[in-house]
Design a protein around this ligand. Structure first.
Ligand code: GLA
Ligand code: GLA
Length: 699
């Protein structure tokens, strides 16, 4: 269980820790700069309102210049300097990048690719999560750091390693093979059970000794799919196990100091099952970078929302995002005016109590010298630093929201790492399926309709949600099928899609027709998958267009209602969207990919059936995103203008905590948005890309 550390308590250095506030800061890499710059740094940090920084992330070679040689003097000086200026430290364990002396003495810590190539030093994160030698050296460093800084007044939190798995999630070395076998023994207990689970009767793969089992290294053809799925599970577990090894040392030596490790819930980063990791840290933190594109801010919102789900609705921390351009995309575009603040506040809207950047001062040398920072190459006289300083002031105004939790929505999207991994494996009906994109499309459609939704993982209680959307829920073990059935029988409205319910936890097909484990609940049967060729599309009545996939759906329960039929293609006239009434709930199947626009057209019927309505004034739906945080008798309404046009919010009122609302503050007090017909009419207007936060008493 995640311990309930609230972030204001991470900031003991200011005000004696008494005033609740949001954390604000960055990764700080002072080893790249001479000492004079450190003093300039703390001056500017104060100006910007920075109150916490992450220190020491890549400092291994500096703290331990050689085996048995330690140098803490420079870090002691920095810890003291930061503390003297009221800045708290999220101190890294410094294990992210092993120094050259270590990799030269012990090249057996270097990862190995599926093809058998060594991943050489020269960048960072060149270490095997399962190497006993790496662990010995790294954990010695963790102990040394913890002993050196235990009780230091600047120490607010521990930052384990950095972005575990960013570059080394899949290692196929002999160490990995040994650890994989141990993990498999634990999971299956006997070779017979493993042989069954992996379906090794296929292609003569039967194992007669544990030692014969390997990671799925480069093979002549498609490697065993359950072996691949288990290797994904194992690789996530191995890094989590390493995280726990560092954490256990920290908890022993500094039991009062909360521990985190920056996750990477963003875009296609899928190797680490963070739903499984979250309970191991004292508070959840995340790194997020925007990938420019048509759904880029929807994706930011989706990621922040998923992190909130992983954190159980409790506050979390943005450990890294960017003030402007990054340096690792094909084209690295600077953020536009307003983006820095809006991106940051959208994270706060979804429960972030801390907003930090990579990094404090833009590097002059090294691989990331063209990556933006809080202090850019241009220096403090720059638009970026002015925006950074303004954001610091805004976060200060938002201090009252610190510690508040997310108010659950009526709608949830179920996000499942196992289905993500399994649905995108090779040798499938199509290689074009993108699990996260399908989930994001549903989320974009909900945003377009002004419907607040939570993104949740499979360990979440489903009962509070009136509408549960489970896109491409491919892996459905028997107990999950039972839970979903009970959910619908209990009055919940379940929606799922093509390629759902198909396999169990061993990636074995549920026989008798698709969608396998969910067939009876949905009252339908699909005999053959319907992937579509690139460029092919089918029309549906209602004016929708389906791409990627178009199942031929046979209705098996006469109670099933057909919400849409195919209007073109092989299955013209057949059901494409079905709904089966189940008790007071229902179970809906969408047999094709409708994309954000099609889903925006379909969803109103599903929402209506579930009695879910937008909480936003009609004119603001789609233009404004609403989230709600709640604490201590207050609701905090975050209103984020998603567009480049001003957004009118008629009828909306409340106590404005922050945000330029056209000066039309009504002070009317406690009306719910769109709630009371006789509420005094206000004329709040959000500027383009603007954000406002209103406070009202909780009912
Ligand atoms: C990651 C790392 C940082 C930095 C940024 C650049 O998030 O943790 O050290 O490399 O990417 O975007
Ligand atoms: C080849 C092989 C078969 C089977 C088919 C699948 O023909 O001989 O074992 O793999 O491909 O198309």
């Amino acid at each position: 269980m995640t311990r309930r550390t609230t972030l204001p308590r991470l900031l003991p250095a200011l005000d004696g820790g008494s005033r609740a506030r949001l954390a604000y800061g960055a990764d700080y890499n002072p080893e790249q700069w001479p000492r004079e710059v450190w003093h300039e740094d703390v001056r500017l940090m104060r100006r910007a309102g920075v109150n916490i920084i992450s220190l020491g992330i890549f400092s291994w070679a500096r703290v331990q210049p050689d085996d048995d040689v330690w140098d803490f003097a420079w870090l002691d000086e920095l810890m003291d300097l930061l503390h003297a200026h009221g800045i708290a430290v999220d101190l890294a364990t410094a294990t992210a990048s092993p120094p050259p002396w270590l990799t030269t003495a012990h090249p057996e810590i270097l990862p190995v690719t599926a093809e058998g190539a060594t991943v050489w030093p020269g960048a960072r994160q060149h270490w095997r999560p399962t190497s006993p030698v790496f662990r010995e050296y790294a954990l010695r460093l963790v102990s040394a750091m913890a002993k050196q800084y235990a009780g230091h007044p600047a120490l607010a939190a521990w930052h384990i390693n950095n972005e575990l798995g960013c570059h080394n999630i899949y290692d196929y070395s002999d160490d990995a093979a040994r650890a994989f076998r141990l993990w498999l023994r634990d999971r299956y207990e006997s070779l017979d059970r493993l042989n069954h689970a992996w379906g090794t009767a296929f292609w003569s793969q039967r194992y007669s000794d544990w030692e014969q089992i390997l990671p799925p290294r480069l093979a002549a053809s498609h490697p065993n799919p359950t072996q691949q799925l288990d290797f994904k599970r194992f690789s996530s577990h191995a890094l989590k196990d390493y995280l726990c090894a560092e954490r256990d040392i920290l908890r022993r030596l500094t039991p009062e100091t909360p521990v985190t490790s920056n996750f990477m819930v963003m875009g296609g980063t899928k190797g680490m099952n963070y739903a499984d990791w979250a309970r191991e840290v004292d508070f959840v933190s995340n790194d997020h970078y925007v990938h420019p594109g048509p759904q880029d801010r929807d994706e930011l919102s989706f990621s922040a929302n998923l992190i909130s789900g992983i954190a159980g609705g409790r506050p979390w921390y943005v450990m890294e995002h960017s003030t402007s351009a990054v340096n690792w995309q094909p084209v690295n575009v600077a953020k536009r005016p307003g983006d820095l603040a809006r991106d940051s506040l959208l994270h706060v809207a979804h429960g972030a109590d801390g907003i930090c950047f990579f990094q404090w001062r833009q590097s002059a040398a090294g691989a990331e010298k063209y990556h933006s920072a809080m202090v850019p190459h241009a220096g403090e006289d720059s638009a970026v630093f002015r925006a950074v300083t303004e954001l610091g002031a805004t976060l200060d105004e938002l201090a009252p929201v610190a510690g508040s939790e997310r108010e659950p929505a009526a709608v949830a999207i179920l996000f499942d790492w196992e289905s993500w991994w399994a649905s995108e494996q090779d040798s499938h009906p199509t290689s074009r399926l993108d699990y996260r994109q399908e989930a994001l499309d549903w989320y974009s459609a909900l945003l377009a309709l002004g419907i607040r939704a939570d993104v949740i993982t499979t360990d979440t209680d489903l009962a509070p949600y009136r509408l549960l959307i489970a896109p491409v829920l491919h892996v459905v073990p028997g107990d999950l099928a039972d839970r979903l059935t009970r959910y619908a029988e209990g009055g919940g409205h379940l929606v799922t899609t093509y390629f759902s319910g198909v396999v169990d936890e061993n990636d074995h097909v549920w026989l008798g027709g698709y969608p396998g484990a969910l067939r009876d609940l949905l009252g339908i049967r699909v005999e053959e998958f319907g992937p579509l060729l690139d460029g092919d599309a089918v029309s549906l009545d209602g004016g929708f267009t389906g791409t990627l996939w178009a199942d031929r759906v046979d209705v098996t329960d006469p109670a099933v209602e057909i919400l849409a039929r195919y209007g073109s293609g092989e299955h013209t006239g057949c059901a494409a969207v079905t709904r089966r009434p189940v008790g007071s709930g229902s179970a809906t199947y969408v047999a094709t990919r409708l994309g954000p626009d099609g889903l925006t057209g379909l969803l109103p019927r599903l929402l209506e059936a579930a009695d879910v309505h937008s909480e936003l004034p009609a004119t603001a739906r789609g233009q404004v995103e609403l989230t709600v945080r709640r604490a201590g008798g207050h609701r905090y309404l975050f209103l984020v203008n998603r567009t480049d046009e001003p957004a009118a919010l008629p009828g909306l009122a409340g106590d404005v905590l922050t945000g330029d609302l056209g000066g039309a503050r009504t002070g009317a007090g406690d009306e719910l948005p769109g709630g009371h017909e006789d509420a005094p009419q206000s004329h709040l207007t959000l500027p383009p890309r603007g954000v406002a936060v209103l406070r009202e008493p909780a009912p």
